[in-house]
Design a binder for this molecule. Structure first.
Ligand SMILES: [Ca+2]
Ligand SMILES: [Ca+2]
Length: 194
């Protein structure tokens, strides 16, 4: 078996991170190993190009957009705690976990997942998805398969359907309403350990 190269003690603030994100010790260790693997030159943080080693992302049409979501606007690096907090959005929601009202909405709740999805579109993080932002995502997803004209009419339709206050952009509330029928927990969950 050999000695394990990492244990919980090597992870800074591991207890707080587990409490905050709901990841178990085993999950956190796995994520730490993953982080260290991606951090090839042991910088202690990841840069966008480090994510290119993640197969699922390099082949995902909106991989760049997902990678971008790990970085705050204007930031080129992500450290381990932030990395874990982002991934916490993809934990399946726990059905029977009660939480007291004082706690913030957990990242893996339906609302937490929706907020994360919303932010994938809202590139400039001004709280609204503009027509141009919607077009950027559609373009990335459907590259080469449809014409620019078709993309524009798709964006137009999406905005018309979701835009209730008619400001020509989609707010988070409008986004949430338009996705009410979608099982967001199912769509945005990754089972981290099989
Ligand atoms: Ca925006
Ligand atoms: Ca609106």
């Amino acid at each position: 078996m050999g000695s394990s190269s990492s244990n919980l003690n090597t992870i800074p603030n591991s207890q707080e991170l587990m409490q905050e994100t709901g990841f178990s010790a085993a999950h956190l260790l796995r994520l730490y190993e993953r982080f260290e693997f991606l951090d090839k030159d042991n910088k202690g943080h990841l840069r966008p190009e480090d994510f290119e080693a993640v197969q699922e992302l390099s082949t995902n049409p909106i991989g760049d957009i997902i990678i971008g979501s790990f970085f705050s606007p204007g930031q080129e690096t992500v450290d381990f705690p932030s990395f874990v907090r982002i991934l916490a959005h993809f934990r399946p929601a726990e059905k029977n976990r009660t939480r007291d009202g004082a706690q913030p909405e957990p990242a893996n709740s339906s609302t937490g997942k929706l907020k994360f999805a919303f932010q994938l579109y809202d590139r400039d993080r001004d709280g609204k998805i503009s027509r141009e932002e919607l077009l950027q995502v559609l373009r990335a997803m459907l590259e080469m398969q449809v014409t620019e004209e078709q993309l524009e009419s798709m964006a137009e339709r999406a905005i018309q359907e979701a835009d209730l206050d008619e400001d020509d952009a989609i707010s988070f509330d409008e986004f949430k309403k338009s996705l009410e029928k979608v099982n967001i927990d199912h769509k945005m969950s990754i089972h981290f350990m099989k």
